[in-house]
Design a protein around this ligand. Structure first.
Ligand code: NAD
Ligand code: UDP
Length: 309
């Protein structure tokens, strides 16, 4: 039985990954400081004897014997990572050093949840892994973008210098059940606004694009990456791209809501377009998303309805 550590395991993606890896017969250690994660996301896993919850902050070192580490700990929504930008940077930079030291001690494999944000406001479209990005080092998103970029550097240097088996995936916008209702991301905001009859808040003109991947597809990709001989970076995301304005209309139709659309200022450095080139994931991991937006939204809207009722 493999001992697998999932940092950020009580968060949105982490909770799905914990469940999947437990169901596949592993011993799963979920580590979280509960900054954005929630107990309710992992509640059903707690009675399982092969599941362990460790309340800990990855900016502090930790010693647990493990075979694999998925490093997901980091707030992911712009309002949450901008709440305490210094802490966000420490989580990415000091956190990954602590996890890499742990990986070295136990000769464990380590996978880093990096992000499409390393491409910043991209000048290459769709984004391919060889693109170095267009990132503002001193903007309001920098604590997250540059933190994740620095983590990629550290991982690659530990790999070169200390021969650690490392993996980097660059995750594009992912959605699904267990997203925190207050996290301010577009999927949770629009669905909750539509269900509550509140205005749908589009930032800017709504011409910016995103490409949304359902969480089950993403989790498949994470596990395939861990089990592959690739070190990455590898993009994981759904290449189906749409404008935020079209996404708002889709949510209104899907939820049969009478909500109106209202326009708010666009936050600074908000990327104008984003779509992954997933050729590498397709050829190297035999991975591509299978769940279309209608099926994904059905499950997600059902989940948010349970929070509203
Ligand atoms: P989330 O906020 O739901 O989960 C992050 C988890 O990490 C939470 O449980 C939080 O409490 C925990 N955490 C934060 N700081 C910590 C610390 N210092 N020590 C221990 N735990 C800490 O976010 P998510 O959407 O599940 O994202 C998971 C990972 O995937 C993040 O690293 C994020 O950067 C990356 N990612 C997510 C997306 C996406 O669209 N969801 C896109 C790109 C990258
Ligand atoms: N957005 C929006 N209304 C909202 C929340 C977000 O128009 O209520 C926009 C945001 O400006 C961005 C896109 O939707 O252009 C995706 O935002 P999100 O915070 O989900 O993720 P990002 O990809 O920006 O990290």
């Amino acid at each position: 039985m493999k001992r697998i550590l999932i940092t950020g395991g009580a968060g949105f993606i982490g909770s799905h990954l914990c469940k999947r890896l437990l169901n596949e017969g592993n011993y799963v250690i979920c580590l979280d400081n509960f900054f954005t994660g929630r107990k309710r996301n992992i509640e059903t896993l707690l009675p399982n004897p092969n599941f362990e919850l460790v309340e800990h902050d990855i900016i502090e070192p930790i010693d647990i014997r493990v075979d694999e580490i998925y490093n997901l700990a980091c707030p992911a929504s712009p309002p949450h990572y901008q709440y305490d930008p210094i802490k966000t940077m420490k989580t990415s930079v000091i956190g990954i050093i602590n996890m890499l030291e742990l990986a070295e001690k136990y000769n464990a494999k380590i996978l880093q949840a990096s992000t499409s944000e390393v491409y910043g406001d991209p000048l290459v479209h769709p984004q391919v892994e060889t693109y170095w990005g267009n990132v503002n080092p001193i903007g309001i998103r920098s604590c997250y973008d540059e933190g994740k970029r620095c983590a990629e550097t550290l991982i690659t240097d530990y790999r070169r210098q200390k021969n650690i088996d490392t993996k980097i995936v660059r995750i594009f916008n992912t959605y699904g059940p267990n997203m925190a209702p207050d996290d301010g991301r577009v999927v949770s905001n629009f669905i909750l606004q539509a269900l509550n009859g509140m205005d749908i808040t589009i930032y800017g003109e709504g011409e910016q694009t995103r490409s949304f991947c359902y969480v089950d597809d993403l989790v498949d990709g994470l596990i395939k990456m861990m089990n592959s001989n690739l070190s990455g970076p590898v993009n994981l995301g759904n290449p189906s791209e749409r404008t935020i304005k079209d996404f708002a209309k889709l949510i209104l139709e899907f939820t049969k809501s009478d909500s109106k659309i209202s326009y708010k200022p666009l936050p600074s450095d908000d990327p104008s377009k984003r779509r992954p080139d997933i050729t590498l994931a397709k050829t190297g991991l035999d991975w591509e998303p299978k769940i279309d937006i209608f099926e994904g939204l059905k499950n997600t809207v059902e989940y948010f309805k349970t929070l509203v009722d």
